[in-house]
Design a protein. Structure first.
Length: 292
């Protein structure tokens, strides 16, 4: 029988800004987090598969869900996550939520407005942060800031890859009303360089994304787990740097991803900043310009 693993698209590009089980996270959590990550990545590759029909994509996503819930043992990623969750007596709610987003990716190619995009993020990104918090036993009171961070990460990725998503998948996450307000069209995403109207739209969406990231700045200090706080601080530093690039650069023709040196620098900076904050008991400061 063909398994979901057999359908992996072979993508090596992992620029989703996805919070994964980094070396910062305590080793006792990594197996569960990696099981979750592998499940999500497999579902993502199915939704983005180049040759599968929409019906077959949905059938495989339904199979992953069924086996995550214990109805079969043929899909390794689903079985591994199911067993890892059972060991911690955790429900599969966040993985099931992410599957909703991948079904949307199969069936929905355009988004009408910002709220429509946020609704997508509710299933594509926010469950990842909530899962991480649950793994570490954090309070659901941290979910609001986590949701803002994860939505910001997701929209950063949408802006970074807007041209590739359009050309390869005919999928556009930029809201129709934002494009129209700038006088831009979807077809402009297929060009080698953004026309002024499209660039205006992209920069405006980056500013709006910065507002989301500003709302998440309290998260690293709000979590009790020290290692998780460090990891969040690093992710926040990455996201802030990326949105800063997206506010001034053209993702169709300029680099809007972090280099290895930048990743290292912001990792060190994020860790140092969070250690200092915790040492002196100071809350993270929001960027006043972010809500502008």
């Amino acid at each position: 029988m063909t398994t979901a693993s057999d359908l992996r698209s072979g993508k090596t590009d992992r620029d989703e800004n996805f919070p994964v089980a980094s070396w910062i996270i305590h080793p006792r959590h990594r197996a569960l987090i990696l099981a979750f990550y592998n499940f999500v990545r497999t579902a993502d590759d199915i939704a983005d598969h180049a040759t599968l029909s929409a019906e077959d994509k949905l059938r495989y996503l339904d199979l992953l869900e069924a086996e995550l819930l214990g109805k079969g043992d043929t899909q390794a990623e689903a079985v591994n996550l199911r067993r890892a969750l059972a060991e911690r007596a955790m429900a599969p709610r966040h993985a099931l939520d992410v599957l909703v987003a991948f079904r949307m990716d199969v069936n929905k190619l355009r988004y009408e407005n910002w709220d429509d995009v946020i609704h997508y993020c509710r299933y594509s990104a926010m469950p990842v942060g909530r899962f991480m918090l649950d793994v570490h036993g954090e309070s659901t009171a941290t979910w609001a800031a986590s949701d803002a961070l994860c939505a910001g990460l997701q929209i950063n990725n949408h802006l970074q890859d807007c041209g590739k998503d359009y050309k390869n998948l005919n999928r556009v996450y930029l809201p129709r009303d934002a494009l129209a307000a700038s006088g831009a069209t979807v077809e402009m995403l297929g060009e080698a360089k953004s026309q002024p109207a499209l660039l205006q739209c992209l920069h405006a969406l980056a500013v709006r994304t910065e507002t989301l990231l500003n709302e998440s700045k309290s998260l690293s200090a709000a979590v009790k787990d020290f290692r998780l706080g460090l990891d969040i601080a690093v992710i926040q530093a990455f996201a802030d740097k990326i949105v800063g690039m997206l506010k001034v650069r053209d993702p169709l023709s300029e680099r809007v991803h972090l280099s290895k040196l930048e990743l290292l620098g912001h990792t060190i900076g994020g860790i140092a900043g969070e250690i200092t904050r915790r040492a002196i008991g100071r809350r993270p400061q929001a960027n006043p310009a972010a809500g502008a």
